[in-house]
Design a protein around this ligand. Sequence first.
Ligand SMILES: [Mn+2]
Length: 330
Amino acid sequence: MKELKKYLKKLVKSPVLVVSHESPDGDAIGSSISMGYLLKELGFIPIVLNKDKVPDKYKFLEKDIQIKCLDDLTETDKLVKYNIFIMDSAKIDRIGFPLKEIFPNYENIVNIDHHVSNDYFGNKNFVFPKMSATSEIVGSVFLDIFGFINKDAATSIYTGVMTDTGNLTYESTTSATVALVSILLEMKADFNNMRKSVYENESIGQMNGLKAILNNMEVMNDGVIAYTYLPHDVAITNNLTAGDIENYVDYPRKVSTCEVAILFKEFVKDEIRVSIRTKAVVDANKLASSFGGGGHKRAAGFRIRKPMDQAMKFALNRIVEGLNNNEWNN
Ligand SMILES: [Mn+2]
C-alpha cells in the first residue's frame, strides 16, 4: 500500500483514464469513481470509462465524476497518450474491449485489484488479495494521502465495499475493512441512498428473473451442490443484463446443505456465464480456474460456449467429480 501511495504522489501530470471490468458491479463502479475523485484531488482531470452502461441502481454514484462509454469518446480523445488505471480486473481482457486498438498511443497500464487470480498484466501492479474490495484499496490510499475522503468518493467506496463483502459478512471482511467503513460514515457516505438505490430498487423484470431462478433450482450430491439457471428467453423478455441479477446466486447458497451454489445465465445465445459461490470448504477461485475462469475464494465465475443444457451437464459432471476428489478444497 505504501508503494501505491508513493506511486500516486509522484505521478507526473499526464492524461489519465480509469477503466474497470465489463458488466460492472458495485466494486467496479465504486472503485473507478472513487479513483476518479482521488486523481482529481491529485490535480488530474481523469476520464472514467466502462465498456457497458452503469446499471440503474449505481447511477446515484455519478455526480462530479461520471462514467463514459467508448461511444462518448471522439477519435481525437482515443489518440491521447493515457496513463490507464485498470480497476478490479484480474485479467486485461475483463475490460471487454481491445485496449491497444482503441487507445493505440497509451503509455502505461496501472493495475489496481484485489483478485487472487490477478495475472499482473500492468506495467505497474498494485494487487492486494487481502483487501475485501478494490474500493477498499482506493479508500485506504485516499485516506493515507489526504487524511480525508470527500462525501461522494466516500459513498462510492462504501458501495464497493458493502456490495463486495455481502455487507461486511463474507470472510474477506477484516477489522481494517470495518474500520474504513466507520471512517466512511464519518465522511458522510450516503448509506441511506445506497441502500435504497442498490438493495430496494428492483424492477418487475428482475423479479421475473428471480422467479425463474427459484423455479429452476435443484440440488444434487446430497444437497452439497445447489444450482439453478436463467434461460435465454427470460433474460431477453425481461431485458436483463448481468448486473441486474448479480446477486441472485445467493439464493441457491441459502440452502442449508449447500457448499457450492451455481447460477448458469444465458444473456447471449449459447454463451453461458456461470457464477459460483461457496460457503466454507471449497475454494471458488480454484474451481472456476479449472474451467478457465477465476475470482475469489468464495465468489468466482467462468464461461462456457455451449447451449444451456450441454453447458450445465458438462459443468455439473465436472464439479461433482472435482468435489468427490477434493480437488478444490481451501
Ligand atoms: Mn471487487
